[in-house]
Each structure stands twice: as C-alpha cells, then as structure tokens.
Design a protein around this ligand. Sequence first.
Ligand SMILES: NC(=O)c1ccc[n+]([C@@H]2O[C@H](COP(=O)([O-])OP(=O)(O)OC[C@H]3O[C@@H](n4cnc5c(N)ncnc54)[C@H](OP(=O)(O)O)[C@@H]3O)[C@@H](O)[C@H]2O)c1
Length: 290
Amino acid sequence: MKRAIAIVGCGTIGTTLGRLFAEAGYPIAGVASRRIESARTAAEFIGTSNYSDNSAQITLDADIVFITTTDICIEPVCDEIAQNRAFKKGAFVFHCSGALPSGILRSARHCGAYTGSIHPLQSVASVKEALCTIAGCTCVFEGEPEVLLTARELVRDIGADFMQIGERDKPLYHAAAVVASNYLVTLVSVATELNEIIGISGRSSAKGLLCLIRGTLDNLEKLGISDALTGPIARGDIGTIASHIDAIKRRAPHLLSLYKALGEMTVSIAGANGKLDTDTIEGMQTLLAA
Ligand SMILES: NC(=O)c1ccc[n+]([C@@H]2O[C@H](COP(=O)([O-])OP(=O)(O)OC[C@H]3O[C@@H](n4cnc5c(N)ncnc54)[C@H](OP(=O)(O)O)[C@@H]3O)[C@@H](O)[C@H]2O)c1
C-alpha cells in the first residue's frame, strides 16, 4: 500500500504532481491552497473530494506532504502547519523549489517530520504541458537521509529520472539551470535584436532562429558539447569574428561586451577539442579580449 500524499499549493506544479501521484496509485489525503477555488479545481482534476483553504486540515492524515506554493510562501506555510501541530509524526515533507534548501522546512523537523526538496528540472507554464514534460525530466533531490529512498521512489513512480545533490550545492545547481534555460531566452532575444537592426521581422527571425537552435540541441544531445560546436570560432575563422566585432561596434555597441565575453568562453571550448593550432587560438583570444 502506497503512503497518502497531501498537496499544499494548487498551482502548476502542485496540481501536476497531485495528478501524477494519483495516477501512480498514491492515495491523495487532500489538497489545500490559499484560494478555495484553486483547491477545488485541483481536487477535481486530481480526483479527491478532500480540499480546503486551510492547509492544516488536509496534512494531518498525510504520510507525505508536498508544499508547492510559490517559493516565498514555502517557509511561512510550513511554519503555520507546524504551529497547528498538523504534521503527522514521522511524515515526509517536501518542497519543489530549485533555489531554496530543504532546511527552510525546519519547523516540520521540530514536529518529528523528515524533510527534503524535489525539484523537477523543467520549465512549465501550464498543468497540461507539465503532465507530459515532467515525466521524462530529471528531478533533483536534496534533503535528510531518512527521506532519500522515498524521494527516489516518488520520482521513479512519476516516470522521471532521479539525481541527488548536497544542500550547500543548491545555489550553484540552480544557477546552472538559470543559465541553461533563462539565459537561453536572453540569448534568443539578443539574436532577435541584431536581426531587427537589419530589418528582419520578429516572426521570420523567430522561425529561423528556433530551427537553428533545435539543430544545435540535437547536436548537443548526439555529439556532446565539444563536437556540437560549429561556426567561425570552431573553424578558427578570425576574419569572420573581426567582421562581427566591427559590425556590432558600429550598429549595436551595447551588445559588444556580451558578444566578446561569450566568444572568449567559446574559444576555450574550441581550444579544448584539439582541432585548432595555438596561433589561431591565441589570435581569437586577443581579438575577443581587446
Ligand atoms: N513552474 C515551473 O516551471 C517550476 C519548475 C520546477 C519547480 N517549480 C517550483 O514549484 C513550486 C510551485 O511553483 P508553480 O510554478 O507551481 O507556482 P504557481 O503556479 O504560481 O502556484 C503556486 C500556488 O501556490 C499557492 N499559494 C501561494 N501562497 C499560498 C499559501 N500561503 N497557502 C497555500 N497556497 C498558496 C497559490 O494558490 P492560489 O491559487 O490558491 O492563490 C498558487 O496556485 C515553486 O517552489 C517553484 O519554484 C516550478
């Protein structure tokens, strides 16, 4: 018999996890949210009749509690449940933040619960989308040793991959996720701006760039970082890089330092795969550092 789960915070992640856990055979002890309408909608979607706008009412019967509120509310919501003595002794309490450590659930620990965080390494905007993309993503666990096996089981049961990190490594882990996901959006915005300067409309620009990015992602998946790198830096084409610098300096000077900084990092990748001679690498480094 699987253990009963309560969901506190019926937004995208809470509603999605509730549904995935229910489909995986976990009894749902109940769901709670700040607004009763959110709790009712999630309860209908997950298939439980027990919903509330008072978290303490639904956590008392739960063996496992997921606090899936926005990050800023996780700690106060946990404290409130603890003050109401509404964590079962020995319950496992998780949050899903990628940035915050499981230590923010210390009030649950004081009630005799064990705590951890399980972060789905995925960017999701809606429940419909999340139902497909969370299964198959990596869920990253950090927390007390007592909850490790259960965390692994929960992640496996929703069809995701499991990874464990230490509490002190969470900020760097989250920075990596921000660079890979959020900064990719920023880079596309920069490329769109350069295209706009030469009169390529947003729509055409997005179509062309997204096709290019998908090809790059495929190469990254198939070949790994070093071999996926193409373009002038991988070829050691100093003339082309110089023409980029010249054009950006004249027509988009505010983007020059970004172009150069990323270029210098890209030279390091190209240099490491051993296909370029030392003079070419040094020439590109000098040009980009100037
Ligand atoms: N979305 C993502 O891509 C993603 C990916 C990985 C991890 N996460 C993490 O997952 C967690 C939830 O994120 P989300 O995207 O699902 O956020 P969300 O869609 O904004 O949902 C958060 C929900 O928390 C509820 N809430 C806020 N304050 C509350 C309180 N005091 N008591 C009870 N419920 C409260 C809100 O409920 P009401 O509707 O009732 O106001 C809201 O529906 C966060 O820790 C986030 O970092 C998100």
